[in-house]
Structures are given as C-alpha cells and as structure tokens.
Write a protein that binds this ligand. Structure first.
Ligand code: NAD
Length: 477
C-alpha cells in the first residue's frame, strides 16, 4: 500500500514537472488513473471521470470475450440479488430526492427487474441466396456513457445496466447530483453482484461527486462510444452537441383524450391511476386531460370518486400556479413529485386525508396544460368535437413524440389519433403506465428515446449492428 502511494506521489510530481514546461497540457486528475483513483470500500466508484472510464474500458475488453451465457448470468444475478433490496432502494430514493411515493417506487423497481429484456433481445438477422449467407448481428459499442435523471434514478440505472450489459458493454453512469447517494450505493452494489457472478470488476462505474461539468467531461471522453441520455431537453441538446452517437430520451407532455363513446368511469379511474403514479414524475404520465363537453362533468365526478380533489376557485388555481411555476416558466423543484396534500397546503388550500391528485378545469393555453409540471396536478380541457380534441392533443404534446393516451370505443378515432400523434407510446383505454408494460403487454424501459427516435429502448438499441458476409455457401434451399 505504501509503495502504491509512493508511486502515485512520484507520478503526480513528474506530471507537475512536465506541466511546468512547454510540453502538451496534461490533465493531472485523469492521468493518474487506475486503482489509486478508486474510492475505497465502494467498488465501481472512482474519484475522476478518466479513472472510471479507464477501468470500465479494461473490464469491457474482458467482457466482450465472454459468452452470451456469461452475460445472461450477470443479468440473472442482478435480478435475483436486487429483489430483496427493492424496498430499501425505494425508501433511499424517496429520502434523498423527496419525490414520489415509496409504494409506487417499489412497483417501478419490481417492474424494472421483471420486464427489462436481457440477451434474448439481441435478435440475429440472416439472408441467404446463391451467393452465400450474410448475417447481421448486434455487437457491443464498448463503454457507454449513460446519464440518469433525478426523477427515476434507481429504475433508470438498473434498467440501463441490464440492457447495456446484455449487449456486451460496460457503463459509466453520470447521475443526477440530487440522487448521488443512492446512485453511488446502487452502482457499487451492481458492481459487486456482477463481479461475484462472473468475476469481472468495474463493468458498471461512476464517480464520487457527480456534477454537470463531470457529465460534460464524460460526453467528450474519447473512450465513450455511445451516449444514452435520460433527462430534460437541456441535457439531450448538450449531448447532441458532443459529436458522438446519442440515444436521447427527453421530456414529454402526454395528453389523455376522452371522447363520448368511452367507458367514462373506467377512463376516470385509469387517468387518476396513471397521473398520480409516483406523483406524476414519470415522463409518460398523463399531464392533461382533453374531454368532450358532453361527458366532462361525469368524467370529473368519477375522477373525484377515484381520489382527486377538484379546485374550482380561480384564486386558488392562481395561487397553485404562483407557488409551483417559476418566473422562467419551469416548475419549481420544491414541488416536483410532492404529494398533492403538500402542494395544496403550501397554497393555503385546506385539505383532508391524502388525495392522489389535484384537478381543475382550464383552457388549453393554461401553463398547467402546456408545461411538463411533474406534479400531481392535472388540468382538464373541454372540447366540442373529435377534430378539436385531436388538434388540442397535438398542440399540448407539442411535437415531443413522447406519449399520448386515448379513451374511446370508436375504432376509427382510436386509429386516427394513434397515427396522428406520432408518439413513441400510445395507450388506448388504459393508464399511461400500461405503455411501460405495467398492467400492459410488452417489455419495460425507463429510457424512452423521443428526439432520436429509438423510442422504448432495450438491449438491441445499445448494440452496433454489424454485417458479416460468407460467400461460399450455407444456402441449403
Ligand atoms: P435534468 O435534465 O435536470 O437532469 C437529467 C440528467 O442530466 C442529470 O444527470 C443531470 O445531472 C444531467 N444534466 C442536466 N443538464 C446537463 C448539462 N447541461 N450537461 C450535462 N449534464 C446535464 O432532468 P431531471 O429533472 O433529473 O429529470 C426530469 C426530466 O427528464 C423531465 O423532463 C422528464 O420528462 C425527463 N425524463 C425523460 C425520460 C424518457 O425516457 N424520455 C425518462 C425520465 C425522465
């Protein structure tokens, strides 16, 4: 140990000497890499971006030589070992971020462990003919730089880890500073689980002190082959400026349209379930309701019965707006993901019990309808026709290509809206989370790549598609 420290001291002093001269600029922190920069007792956590990426690169070189069965073993170990930790992780996430509800986080984490696909997602394509055979296979990128949000920090981290390892990559996680404690803990645990299962350390790494600057350093690091960004529009834009391949999962503003043919009570219940789930911090959660005039009163009554508080006093709506929306037009962090009761009380609105959702009737231009609030606040906009409803939903979704919901029993309208919205997820007659595979068919993901178009990402998106051509046979038709 002493020898190692002495060696490190010597390297540092050599670099300092070099930097005094006219030689090339050397980044001291990332030049002194390897184990000396590892945080003791926290496998996978490093002091610098350079050291973390270097360790991940070495690990990936070993990993890419392993069999698919070995990748599968690592993923099975994650699913099994994380299961008993779900409740602890849900509580840690709530305690650190202050957002959402523990019971809903437990559901999200179990969903992640159950339904994030592994190596089976890497489907091979093959063409054969008189000239032989050509294979298309999905192979690793190398080290992926994955940026995770404050809103679903643990789910995104586990979901990305499973998909990216399945595709044969190592991962550098750049996590939100507001969720750094739980993310560090989680990276370390995942690292230990994978190491114990397949004997490779540092396939999943992060740094001790995440920051915007460190995330930007990672984005331009030459050994990061792919950026996978889950966050708001700012960070997706920043990543797209890096010159690297980016899978960008950005903001959404999903509307839920209810027409007069819908099963109104079920629609109301589904909307309350979806919009109040984890206090609306999911990007796919209903952020507004667009309802036909003929059924809106009935819908609102059923939404109240399903656990919502209706605010009708204009002054109270204005007060809610005043406390939750900042002057720059973005939602106040203080109230993102908070319980409805906390928001109501802060606005001086008396509240009994623990309502799931705050609802109010507004027009389509109201900031609660046009802003991604990420709070259990749901505006309801009234329209007079299907055409007006569809146009309103398109206006509210604002070309983000994220998520939309429709409640209707009219097949033609369901079809027309699904086509016209052009969203990555479209849910018919269910809560928005059905589109993530919770009480809905299909796999799950917490990285829905909207601006870059991969949509509901799985292992296959974290892989490079390569063509391998054999000219001498293997055509047996
Ligand atoms: P955020 O954009 O504030 O932060 C996301 C991540 O980006 C964090 O790790 C943060 O540290 C980093 N970051 C932010 N600005 C950066 C910059 N300029 N340079 C480098 N890194 C930067 O988002 P948030 O508040 O944590 O999460 C909520 C947002 O994320 C919402 O808009 C939500 O819709 C979106 N989101 C989208 C998806 C999806 O799958 N499409 C999933 C979850 C969240």
């Amino acid at each position: 140990m002493e020898n190692k420290q002495e060696l490190e001291r010597m390297i540092r002093s050599m670099i300092t000497e070099i930097m005094k001269g006219d030689g090339p600029t050397v980044n001291v922190s990332s030049a002194v890499t390897g184990e000396s920069q590892a945080v003791e007792g926290e496998p996978g956590v490093f002091k610098t971006v350079g050291a973390a990426v270097e360790a991940a690169k070495k690990a990936q070189h070993i990993f890419e030589e392993c069999t698919l069965a070995t990748r599968g073993k690592a993923i099975t170990a994650i699913r099994t070992a994380m299961r008993p930790m779900v409740e602890t992780l849900a509580k840690m996430t709530y305690e650190e971020t202050g957002m959402g509800r523990v019971a809903d986080k437990i559901i999200k984490l179990n969903l992640t462990l159950d339904k994030t696909p592994g190596v089976e997602d890497l489907v091979t394509e093959c063409e054969t003919g008189d000239n032989g055979m050509t294979l298309y296979e999905l192979s690793p990128y190398g080290v992926i730089g994955a940026i995770t949000p404050s809103t679903n920090p643990s789910e995104t981290l586990i979901c990305n880890a499973i998909g990216m390892l399945a595709a044969g990559n190592a991962i550098f996680f750049s996590v939100h500073p507001g969720a750094k404690k739980l993310s560090r803990w989680l990276v370390s645990r995942l690292n230990e689980i994978v190491r114990d299962a397949i004997g490779i350390e540092n396939l999943i790494v992060t740094i001790e002190e995440p920051s915007i600057e460190a995330a930007q350093e990672m984005m331009v690091h030459p050994d990061i082959s792919l950026l996978v960004v889950t966050g708001g529009p700012g960070v997706v834009h920043q990543a797209l400026c890096s010159g690297k391949k980016v899978i960008g999962a950005g903001a959404g503003n999903p509307p839920a349209f209810v027409d007069e043919t819908a099963q109104i009570k079920k629609a109301a219940q589904d909307i309350v379930l979806g919009a109040s789930f984890d206090n609306n911090i999911l990007c796919i959660a209903e952020k507004s309701v667009v309802a036909m005039r003929s059924i809106v009163d009935e819908l609102v009554q059923h939404m109240i019965d399903a656990g919502s508080v209706l605010i009708t006093d204009e002054r109270q709506i204005n007060k809610l707006l005043e406390i939750t929306l900042q002057a720059n037009g973005s939602p106040s962090r203080k109230f993102v993901g908070r319980n409805a009761k906390v928001i109501l009380e802060a606005a001086g609105i008396p509240c009994e019990g623990d309502p799931r959702l705050i609802i109010m009737r507004t027009d389509k231009n109201h900031p609660f309808a046009t802003t991604e609030m990420l709070m259990p606040i749901l505006p309801i906009v009234t329209v007079d026709s299907f055409e007006e409803g569809l146009a309103t939903c398109l206006f509210l979704e604002n070309g983000l290509h994220h998520t939309a919901v429709m409640h209707s029993l009219n097949m033609e309208r369901l079809n027309r809206m699904a086509r016209a919205m052009k969203t990555s997820i479209f849910v018919k007659n269910g809560p928005s989370f059905a589109g993530l595979g919770y009480n809905g068919e299909g796999t799950t993901t917490f990285t829905i790549a909207t601006p870059t178009g991969e949509a509901t990402t799985t292992a296959r998106h974290f892989a490079r598609r390569r063509r391998c051509c054999l000219t001498t046979g293997f055509q047996i038709r």
